[in-house]
Design a protein. Structure first.
Lengths: 148, 399
C-alpha cells in the first residue's frame, strides 16, 4: 500500500473515503495509475471496478496521465457568446495542440469543460484549479508563458 | 416590482473573512433567538408560514421538507447545503459564498436544531475550490465564538459533475460513490445520506432562514406572489451590458431584469433556468419571474438578434448529454439522440420526420426519466419548436 499511496491516509469507512482519496491521489500524481486504483480497492475492501467506476465518473479525475498544467476552457453558452472560440483557438496556437491532447513535453493538457460558474466575467477558464476570467488572446499568452 | 436585498443584504457590506463585521449586522442573532426562545416545531412552523420554497430550481416548500425530516425516525440526521450549482449560466451561489459565508453557517445551525441533526455538510463543487478556505474560516470562527456547540459542519468537495447538484446524486457523491441518481421514494427527509433522514437545501434557500426567524414569517410572505414568496437572486449573462447578480422580489418582470438592470438591447430570446430551463422569445419578455411561471435556479442567459436558436439548443443538448449520469435509458439515450438530430439541423441537413421524432422523444423523456435532468432536458427543444419553428423548417434538407 505504502509504495504508491504513501502519505495518503486510508483509514476510515471504505466507500466514504474513496472519492476523497482519489482526489488526493489525483493532485499528488497528476492522474490515477491502475496500480494505485488496485491498491486503493484492496485497502478499502472495495472491488477494482468500484474504484474505477468512481475514478472514471468525475471530470476532474483522470485515469490517464495529464500534463503538468491542466488548461480547462469553458465551452458553455455564456462563454461562447463572449467569443470563447477565439480563446480556444489562441490556446491551440500558443501550445500547438487541440483540446483532448497533451503537449509532447508534458507541459500542458488542454481540455474543454462545462460551465465553471464565471459567466459574469466570460470567457473564463480553469488552470490547475485556479479560475481566470475576462480572457483575451493576449492574456492567454501571458498566463501560459508563466506556466512551468 | 423593486429590487430588494434579503439574501444579498450582507454582500459587499461585511468582510467575509471577519466574523466581527458579521456580528455588527445582527449576525447569529437569529440562531440565538431560535435556540433560546423557540422550539424546533415553532421554527419549522415559521418557515412553513413564510412560504419559502427551494431556490435550487425545484421550488419544494422548505418548511414541509424540514417537517418531514424532523418527524422521521432516526437517531442521526443530516443537514446538507447544496453548493454545487452547475447549471449553465448560474453563478449566484458563488457570488453569495464569496461575500457572506457566515449567514450560511448560521442558517445551517438553525436547520440542524430544527430537524434534530448534529452534523451538516456543505457540498462544494470542484470548480469553487477557491472558496474552500473562506468557508472553512467562517465555520471555525463561528465555532470559536461558541455558535456551533450543538452542530458540526464539514465541507465535502465535488470532483467535476453537473448531475451531483441533483440531490440524490449529491448524497451518493458524499458517500464516495459515482454521482448517480437514486430511485425515489424513499425521499431524503426519510432516507437520505447513509439511509438516514436528511434535508438538502440550496445555498440561497438557507440564506433566507435567519431573516425569516428575526423578522417573522409574515414579513417575508408579504413579498412576492401568492405561490412565490420573498425574493430571488438571478445570475444574468450573455448579450447584456451589465452581467452579474441581481436580487428581485418574486413576480418581477423578465424585462425589468434583462433590459432594466442588465441593459440588454435587441434581444431575440432569453434562456431562463439554464440548460434545463425555458427559452422565452422577446415577445414574452414581460413574463413574470415566479415558480408558477418561469424561474428555475435563476440563470438568465440573454441572446441578441444575431444568435441562432438551433445552435443554442444544440449546444444545450450537448451539455445535457455529457452530464447525464447514464443510469436511466430515457436520460442517457434520449439526450444522445436529440444531439444527433440537432447537429443535423445545425448543418442544414434535417429531415421532415426529425421534428416529429423530437416531439415524441420529448414526451417519452418527460414521462419516464428518473430525475429532473432527463425530465427537463426536452424543454429547450419544446420551446424552440413552439416559438421558432421556422428556424427548424428552414434547415430541412431539400431533395
Amino acid at each position: 500500500m505504502n509504495k504508491i499511496c504513501g502519505g495518503i491516509p486510508t483509514q476510515g469507512k471504505g466507500q466514504e473515503k474513496l472519492l476523497l482519496l482519489l482526489k488526493q491521489a489525483q493532485s499528488k500524481f497528476g492522474y490515477l495509475p491502475k496500480e494505485l486504483m488496485a491498491e486503493l480497492a484492496e485497502s478499502l475492501c472495495l472491488s477494482i471496478s468500484d474504484v474505477y467506476g468512481v475514478a472514471s465518473f468525475y471530470s476532474f479525475l483522470s485515469t490517464k496521465p495529464q500534463g503538468r498544467n491542466v488548461i480547462r476552457i469553458c465551452k458553455c453558452l455564456p462563454c461562447l457568446l463572449k467569443n470563447a472560440q477565439t480563446i480556444i483557438e489562441s490556446v491551440e496556437k500558443e501550445i500547438g495542440i487541440k483540446p483532448g491532447e497533451i503537449t509532447p513535453d508534458g507541459r500542458f493538457s488542454f481540455e474543454l469543460t462545462n460551465c465553471i460558474g464565471a459567466c459574469d466575467e466570460a470567457p473564463a477558464m480553469m488552470l490547475n484549479g485556479e479560475v481566470h476570467v475576462n480572457l483575451t488572446p493576449g492574456k492567454i499568452s501571458q498566463i501560459l508563458k508563466a506556466c512551468k | 416590482m423593486p429590487e430588494k436585498q434579503i439574501v444579498l443584504r450582507n454582500c459587499g457590506v461585511i468582510d467575509p473573512k471577519r466574523i466581527a463585521t458579521f456580528l455588527d449586522r445582527d449576525g447569529f442573532k437569529a440562531l440565538k433567538k431560535a435556540l433560546d426562545e423557540m422550539t424546533p416545531e415553532q421554527i419549522i412552523g415559521e418557515i412553513k408560514v413564510s412560504g419559502l420554497r427551494g431556490r435550487g430550481g425545484a421550488g419544494f416548500p422548505c418548511g414541509l421538507k424540514w417537517d418531514l425530516a424532523r418527524k422521521a425516525q432516526g437517531d442521526e440526521k443530516y443537514v446538507i447545503c447544496n453548493a454545487d450549482e452547475g447549471e449553465v449560466g448560474t453563478f449566484k451561489d458563488r457570488y453569495i459564498l464569496e461575500r457572506d459565508p457566515f449567514t450560511l453557517v448560521e442558517a445551517m445551525a438553525i436547520a440542524g436544531y430544527a430537524i434534530g441533526a448534529k452534523r451538516g455538510y456543505i457540498y462544494l463543487r470542484a470548480e469553487y475550490h477557491h472558496l474552500l478556505d473562506l468557508l472553512r474560516n467562517a465555520i471555525s470562527q463561528a465555532r470559536e465564538r461558541g455558535f456551533l456547540g450543538h452542530f458540526e459542519i464539514d465541507i465535502r468537495e465535488g470532483a467535476g459533475s453537473y448531475i451531483c447538484g441533483e440531490e440524490s446524486a449529491l448524497m451518493d457523491s458524499i458517500e464516495g460513490k459515482r454521482g448517480e441518481v437514486r430511485f425515489r421514494p424513499p425521499f431524503p427527509p426519510s432516507k437520505g445520506l447513509w439511509g438516514r433522514p436528511t434535508i438538502i437545501n440550496n445555498v440561497e434557500t438557507l440564506m433566507n432562514i435567519p431573516q425569516i426567524i428575526l423578522n417573522g414569517a409574515h414579513w417575508f410572505s408579504q413579498l412576492g406572489t401568492e405561490l412565490s414568496k420573498g425574493t430571488k437572486v438571478f445570475s444574468v449573462s450573455g448579450d447584456v451590458k451589465k452581467s452579474g447578480v441581481y436580487e428581485l422580489v418574486l413576480g418581477s418582470r423578465l424585462r425589468e431584469l434583462v433590459e432594466g438592470l442588465a441593459l440588454a438591447e435587441k434581444v431575440k430570446m432569453v434562456q431562463v433556468g439554464g440548460a434545463t430551463g425555458r427559452i422565452i422569445p422577446y415577445e414574452m419578455i414581460d413574463s413574470s419571474l415566479a415558480f408558477e411561471n418561469i424561474l428555475g435556479a435563476g440563470a438568465v442567459i440573454v441572446f441578441n438578434e444575431t444568435r441562432d436558436v438551433i445552435d443554442v439548443v444544440y449546444r444545450t443538448m450537448e451539455f445535457l448529454a455529457e452530464e447525464c449520469c447514464g443510469k436511466c435509458a430515457p436520460g442517457r439515450e434520449g439526450t444522445e439522440v436529440m444531439v444527433e438530430i440537432l447537429e443535423r439541423f445545425s448543418r442544414g441537413q434535417g429531415v421532415e420526420s426529425d421534428i416529429r421524432v423530437l416531439e415524441e422523444l420529448s414526451n417519452a423523456m418527460m414521462l419516464s426519466s428518473l430525475c429532473g435532468l432527463g425530465q427537463a432536458a426536452p424543454n429547450p427543444v419544446i420551446d424552440s419548436l413552439q416559438y421558432f419553428r421556422g428556424a427548424y423548417e428552414s434547415r430541412i434538407r431539400e431533395n
